[in-house]
Ligand binder design. Sequence first.
Ligand SMILES: [Zn+2]
Length: 306
Amino acid sequence: MSLERYPWLAPLWQQLLGQLRQGRLPQGLLLTGPTGVGKVALARQLAQRWLCKGDDELPCGRCQSCQLWAAGTHPDFRLLKPEDNGRIGIDEVRSLQQQLATTAYLGGRRVVVIENAAQMTDNAANALLKTLEEPPSGTLLLLTAARRESLLATIISRCQHWPLPHPDSGAVLALIDATTAEGVELSALCAHAPLMVLALLAQPQWLPVATAFLQWRRDGRHSGALAELLIKQGPAVAAMLWQLAAAEWPLATRGAALELLARTAAALQLPGRNLSLAIHQLLADLAPLRQRSATHPATGVSPWVR
Ligand SMILES: [Zn+2]
């Protein structure tokens, strides 16, 4: 993954690169921003550049380190992200610390990326403090989170904070092929939900669900097909739908729709919950709130979100 899809991050990249080249990059960095803004892509590119033996602006792609990176087998790169239970536990942090207590395999730099660091349990976060306080020489720790405030104050104080800039619609539009049916749908959404569109682009398997959702919202038909798609994708799409509805729903019924979506999203996190039942129920509950003519025929942009 590279930052080509995230042109608004270019100035930030130059600043980080400048610090790196001058040897002033702190060992703990916290990258924050909402879904789709490019946190993980930035963290990964910085991680690869940190390990690269070259001195180009971007990772060279030719050195031993870059080749190991491309193969996904770099022994001095460690990724921590939430497990199936949605949390990063203390065992993961302890295992990381054991690895950091040994010498780097390539004898040089090491890098740790902690995706969605707010999902660390308190025990995991407290264990990580020691590492953030005195990271082994040559080790870079990159944490990502939606919001800085979701982390322990003690973690925040040990990291340099880099909030990622929000893209504008134009920047996102430039990434979309508006000649396809999906592109036209996404272009309409770009006017008011560029971050959601980016999230969709980053996870193309969500695109059919979003398209089906938009279709259902327009004419209320094919709710069974939409339910099937949602069930297949699992709880992750509930969060995506929430964002979609927040941007797209008519103002008059938006509050009620959001409440329903939030309730369903929360219910879907419960183990043993009947996903199929929950989603069918959600669609039935949302139906009366649906706006009949959601999209303005001339511009493709919802008229109420101006
Ligand atoms: Zn390289």
